[in-house]
Design a protein around this ligand. Structure first.
Ligand SMILES: [Zn+2]
Length: 86
């Protein structure tokens, strides 16, 4: 075990570039969010497109009740370019 761990460290130090993730990791990391230039993103990572549309609908209804509208639309993401920090 110990020798293995030591070997791994050496391998990491020898490679200049960090391991890059394949962009084509299908479906596993696919999430959906809603985004609009005025409303911004909902900040969620919806796991299904249905959930994203539901979120979009709720936002639209919320906007309508205040006399406005939501310019959000559903976007598909690979889950990496979205953070929950907002
Ligand atoms: Zn949402």
């Amino acid at each position: 075990m110990y020798r293995l761990a030591k070997l791994d460290v050496t391998a990491i130090q020898r490679s200049d570039s960090p391991p890059t993730r394949q962009p084509e990791t299908e479906t596993m990391n696919i999430t959906y969010t809603t985004d609009g230039s005025v409303r911004g993103t909902c900040g969620h990572k919806h796991r299904t497109v249905e959930a994203a549309y539901k979120c979009l609908e709720e936002d639209q209804q919320g906007c309508e009740s205040q006399g406005g509208y939501s310019d959000r639309h559903v976007e598909q993401t690979d889950g990496d370019d979205l953070t929950d920090s907002a």
